[in-house]
Design a protein around this ligand. Structure first.
Ligand SMILES: [Zn+2]
Ligand SMILES: [Zn+2]
Length: 325
């Protein structure tokens, strides 16, 4: 099992190295972006158009079909605002304002360049369309009674509400770890996940920079959870706030936690900014999202993770870590 996992890790690392060589040649961004994204978004559009035409031709005039475009637009705009506020706010604060003060040590000495950020924004904005498509699926699932959402009362005072928030976060953490490991297998890495790994030193703009298939894998976690876990809409809001915060933090390029964070057993179960940044840099380790539990249990933390965290939080700019390139 370990031999197979090591082989897959070596393969995904080799593909990442090839990507860096290509990136250094500075190929145009728009063409590869359209080539990756257009077939999937075009397919999504054609599917929606076909369903609308069948609904009209057969005279069904289903309410769910009539409302789907509004749901799609509402989810897209909400997610776009979420992305622009969280990623844009972090970019302005850390890359424009604080960067000049020298108060913070970047995790990697060489920060991302403008074309990298442009690519991250292109893919993130395209991913939001996939998220909105899954939003329509959530709406359909709720109307069909497959997904369990409840309303009414003040949920903040209920024990079950807080249980559902924690359960959703734990489920997403496990879902992310295992789907992420799958995305690092040879075929899925080269066809899908490499898009996210084009960022060797990510910025907050990379928060949703996924291939459309990966965007779907990430978004579908909500309807899957809602089949088994009754949720109040505020459960989704709380989970999304934590998810967006951690996603931006993981791609920030700067560490925000204090130097003692990994030395304390009360906090070392939680992931840090260095953790996911190292995943982008070293590729075949540090797969977890929110918590360090799965990486600890499966032995997939980078062996120098803690040393690297200590180096960054001590303000030392020189890293001894060998990069995937
Ligand atoms: Zn990865
Ligand atoms: Zn990432």
């Amino acid at each position: 099992m370990d031999v197979v996992a090591n082989k897959l890790n070596v393969e995904s690392q080799a593909i990442a190295e090839e990507d860096l060589v290509r990136e250094k040649r500075r190929k145009p961004i728009l063409r590869p972006f359209l080539k990756t994204v257009a077939p999937w978004l075009g397919g999504l559009f054609l599917l929606a158009a076909a369903i609308t035409i069948v609904d009209w031709a057969l005279g069904w005039h289903l309410q769910v079909v009539a409302r789907a475009p509004t749901v799609f637009a509402a989810v897209y705009v909400t997610n776009l605002i979420r992305y622009l506020v969280a990623a844009g706010g972090a970019f302005l604060l850390f890359y424009v304002l604080l960067r000049r003060t020298g108060w913070l040590t970047p995790i990697q000495k060489k920060l991302a360049e403008t074309p990298d950020m442009r690519r991250e924004i292109f893919y993130s904005i395209a991913s939001l369309a996939i998220f909105a498509g899954v939003g329509v699926l959530v709406y359909l699932g709720k109307v069909a009674g497959i997904l369990q959402f409840y309303y009414g009362g003040n949920p903040l005072g209920q024990f079950y509400f807080w249980f559902s928030v924690v359960a959703m976060i734990l489920f997403h953490d496990a879902w992310f770890y295992w789907t992420h490991r799958l995305l690092h297998t040879k075929v899925l890495y080269s066809k899908v996940h490499r898009i996210h790994h084009l960022s060797h030193n990510p910025t907050p703009w990379a928060a949703f920079a996924f291939h459309p298939v990966e965007a779907f894998v990430q978004a579908i976690v909500l309807p899957i959870a809602a089949i088994f876990l009754p949720m109040h809409p505020l459960t989704v809001v709380f989970w999304m706030l934590y998810m967006t915060g951690m996603n931006v933090f993981g791609h920030l390029g700067f560490e925000l936690f204090p130097s003692w964070f990994l030395r304390s057993r009360f906090s070392n179960w939680h992931n840090t900014g260095v953790h996911h940044n190292m995943h982008h840099r070293c590729v075949s380790s540090n797969y977890g999202l929110y918590f360090n539990l799965w990486d600890q249990w499966l032995g997939t933390n980078h062996p120098d993770y803690q040393a690297e965290f200590e180096r960054v939080t001590a303000g030392c700019a020189e890293s001894a870590i060998e990069e995937a390139d």
